[in-house]
Design a protein around this ligand. Structure first.
Ligand SMILES: Nc1nc2c(ncn2[C@@H]2O[C@H](COP(=O)(O)OP(=O)(O)OP(=O)(O)O)[C@@H](O)[C@H]2O)c(=O)[nH]1
Ligand SMILES: [Mg+2]
Length: 779
């Protein structure tokens, strides 16, 4: 081991990566210690050196102590159970008059006098004080650093193998009986970083457990401190001087705000009496108004976490019912993974379906995240018969589809020259390669490295701390929290919330003031709550016994047959007190509408409508909302139904109209919005349009304006303004001929355009639902 230590010590001289060296029980004597000491004089990266249980005596101790005069990186030195006495220990005390970085020196099991130990301890404390001070300065300062965080959005058809893929990527065992995902499942994983310069290793993807308080700000502060430390090491002396001259500005903030020196000194005193030279005890601080801990481990952790990434993984349920809900959570940034079952692409009776789903998802991603990178992943590699040929056939289909959509976001599989990544989750084929690629893409994405101010992190910590008590916070409370940490401008707060929403840390919908008023700090809670109602009843069943026990069997049947939920049933699935909040939220995100056509209290959830109405001949004047130049996402028609039903229901309660109960199915709706004024709507997926008819020409102009406003509203509220459509009106003199709305306006085409209807339509933007419905009283 003597020669081993020598070799290692020599290696450490040129080492630029290793931050901890554990050399306990290595028969290290004074000679080897001397070599180590020489190394410490030149090494500027090592933070922790463990030399416990060796044979270092006073001569070796002297060498090591003297090296500390020069060394500026070591924070922890462990020398328990060696052969050091006062003579050796004295050198440490002397060295600590110059060394400002060491905060922990372990000298247990030696014959060192208590007085000398105390002296050393006080000097260590001073160093710790300096570090703590820097930590506090950083927390109170305005510095920024990158978050190294991104979001992985995994989407695709039901049963495609999305959840299995995430498990594969994380190295978790394959489970052939995995439950179909309800709503969406959020998890977090940590990807260990490669050391600077070298290629990624991809070895360490680990799932982060639980939703504990992450204390982001402290980690951020530690990272900034480390960067400063590294920088000052590299910066020539005169530049450092300049840096120091800027410090007093922050110091003044600190002296104003520090309120807890008594606690720190108490902690220190308690520790000193133990006789162990250990300055690592946590130091509590008051920063702005938030209490933080400082611990040297934070620095070591920050060093280890350098270049590592955090990925928030969103595993979306693939059943169609969820799609209208997913629109709320698909954000611009992050990396998308679209999963499909390769077998489906090769079966003649499933191929069209599989391609339609793929096309649907491609277009949805383009709608919500036009600049996010997207990887296509085909599962069940092992189950397709003639593999190479099958893969090439599928590749051809995808290439054609992608080309026809003019889709440019796809990250190709350059190794195999394919449009997609074939994998098998069961046999774990292609997983490593995919993981390498995902990591590469995430690292390349500039959003991942966005710099964030420490104030924002303190705010995030404050908000997330509330998670233990509540799922959402009022914006007014958030504004107060923001002021406490130094974010005073509304614009800055908006910006911070937008970023946290984008990153999936919380949900903050901003389309209307009412939505904006709520910051949901538990995204998973929200998804779970929504999918208590929006779910595939046949696949994700309820506990029938419990439902029956509550006397809600009829209510359950009604919900899944007609999409009508009784208040009692909602109280049951949502635990009572959350009901008003969730009803309100669903109404505002256009997933639910009032249904006051019966005596009891009901709510309509149009995503659950399932019976299909056959196209039949219908009378009345026709107009068409044509989305075929872009895309009609699933969820738009359902939301339109939601709005028209809400309009009818609100007319009923506002004006006391007697109106027929709407007749609804998955793809068609007949709704009486005013007495004798019926609107009929039909969704035509094949032609990507919605056909509307109105029973009486006298309501034609009004109906176009109502429906137009509604589409604009839902586009703004939940589709990120991504919808593009053309309104076409049927010429009543030449049935079958459709005229563009603007053209019709110019021509004053009857019955669609009247003098009144040529006026500008009311703004749908930022208008709350009630005021919006109020505006629809055109005449
Ligand atoms: N043989 C094989 N089975 C797979 C593969 N991928 C997934 N499976 C199985 O297929 C079934 C469905 O996989 P999931 O991962 O649950 O599918 P999903 O896309 O998450 O489905 P939803 O959550 O319903 O949207 C599970 O029983 C998996 O074990 C694969 O590559 N090969
Ligand atoms: Mg799943």
């Amino acid at each position: 081991t003597g020669t081993g230590v020598k070799a290692l010590a020599l290696a450490l001289r040129v080492n630029s990566h290793l931050t901890e060296a554990m050399l306990s029980t290595n028969l290290i004597d004074d000679g080897s210690a001397e070599i180590i000491a020489d190394t410490l004089k030149v090494n500027d990266i090592l933070r922790k050196l463990d030399l416990n249980f060796n044979y270092i005596a006073n001569r070796g101790a002297k060498c090591i102590a003297e090296s500390l005069v020069v060394n500026k990186s070591l924070t922890e030195l462990c020398l328990d159970s060696n052969d050091i006495s006062d003579t050796g220990a004295q050198h440490f005390s002397k060295a600590l008059e110059h060394n400002k970085t060491l905060v922990m020196l372990k000298l247990n099991e030696h014959f060192v006098s208590a007085a000398l130990l105390r002296e050393i301890c006080e000097k260590l404390d001073k160093n710790m004080g300096r570090k703590s001070k820097l930590f506090l300065d950083t927390l109170n300062g305005d510095k920024k650093t990158s978050w190294s965080r991104s979001r992985l959005m995994v989407v695709g058809q039901g049963k495609a193998g999305k959840s299995a893929l995430i498990r594969s990527i994380l190295g978790l065992p394959f489970n052939k009986n995995w439950d179909s995902t309800i709503g969406a499942e959020i998890s977090e994983s940590q990807i260990a970083g490669p050391r600077s310069g070298s290629q990624p290793t991809h070895a360490g993807w680990t799932k982060v457990k639980g939703e504990t308080n992450m204390d982001y700000a402290s980690k951020f502060a530690a990272r900034i401190m480390l960067q400063q430390l590294n920088q000052s090491r590299k910066t020539p002396e005169k530049f450092r001087m300049k840096e120091n001259t800027e410090l007093p500005r922050e110091r003044t903030i600190v002296t104003e705000e520090v309120q807890m020196p008594s606690i720190t000194s108490k902690l220190k005193k308690k520790k000193s009496t133990h006789g162990v030279l250990d300055s690592k005890t946590k130091t509590l601080f008051q920063t702005r108004s938030v209490v933080r801990n400082f611990d040297v481990d934070l620095l070591v952790d920050a060093e280890n976490a350098e270049n590592s990434l955090t990925l928030s993984m969103w595993d979306f349920g693939g059943q169609e019912v969820f799609y209208s809900m997913h629109h709320l959570f698909l954000t611009k940034s992050g990396v998308y993974v679209l999963v499909f079952d390769m077998r489906g692409m090769l079966q003649w009776n499933k191929k069209n379906d599989a391609l339609a789903y793929m096309s649907f998802w491609l277009r949805s991603i383009r709608l919500h995240a036009p600049n996010a990178p997207l990887l296509l992943v085909g599962t069940y590699m092992q189950d397709i018969r003639i593999r190479a040929k099958g893969v090439i056939t599928i590749n051809g289909l995808i290439r054609k589809l992608v080309k026809s959509l003019g889709f440019t976001q796809i990250v190709k599989n350059s190794v195999h020259k394919l449009e997609f990544f074939p994998v098998d989750n069961k046999e774990r084929i292609g997983i490593t390669m995919l993981r390498i690629e995902v990591e590469r893409i995430v690292r390349q994405d500039k959003n991942t490295w966005q710099n964030i101010s420490i104030k924002w992190m303190l705010l995030l910590d404050e908000m997330l701390e509330k998670r233990n008590e509540q799922a959402y916070i009022q914006l007014s409370d958030v504004t107060q929290m923001a002021a406490k940490v130094g974010v005073h401008q509304v614009a800055e707060l908006d910006e911070a919330l937008r970023l946290f929403h984008e990153q999936g840390m919380l949900v903050h919908l901003t389309a209307t003031d009412t939505l904006k008023n709520l910051v949901i700090v538990k995204p998973q809670w929200l998804i779970d709550a929504l999918s208590k109602v929006i779910r595939d009843g046949s696949l994700h069943s309820y506990n029938l016994q419990a439902v029956e026990k509550q006397g809600l069997k009829q209510d359950l049947r009604l919900a899944f047959d007609t999409a009508l939920f009784s208040r009692d049933f909602l109280e049951y699935v949502w635990d009572g007190e959350q009901v008003p909040f969730l009803v309100d939220l669903m109404k505002r995100t256009l997933l639910m509408s009032e249904w006051n056509f019966r005596n009891e209290e009901y709510y309509l959830v149009p995503s659950l409508l399932n019976n299909v109405t056959k196209t039949g001949k219908r009378l009345g004047n026709r107009f068409v909302l044509d989305f075929s130049s872009s895309f009609l996402p699933i969820g738009v028609f359902q939301r339109l139904i939601c709005l028209v039903v809400s309009h009818s229901a609100s007319n009923r309660s506002r004006h006391g109209y007697v109106l027929q109960e709407p007749k609804l199915s998955k793809n068609a709706a007949l709704i009486e919005v005013e007495p004798q004024f019926h609107i009929y709507l039909q969704e035509d997926i094949k032609h990507q349009n919605i056909v509307a008819r109105v029973n009486d020409p006298q309501y034609a102009a009004k109906s176009v304006r109502i429906i137009q406003s509604m589409i604009r509203k839902l586009n703004c509220d939940v589709m990120g303004e991504g919808l593009k459509w053309e309104t076409l009106l049927e010429d009543s003199t030449r049935l079958g001929k459709l005229v563009n709305y603007d053209q019709a306006k110019k021509e004053m085409m009857a019955p669609w355009i009247t003098k009144a209807s040529r006026k500008a339509e009311p703004e749908a933007q930022n208008v709350d639902l009630d005021s919006f419905l109020n505006c629809l009283q055109f005449d």
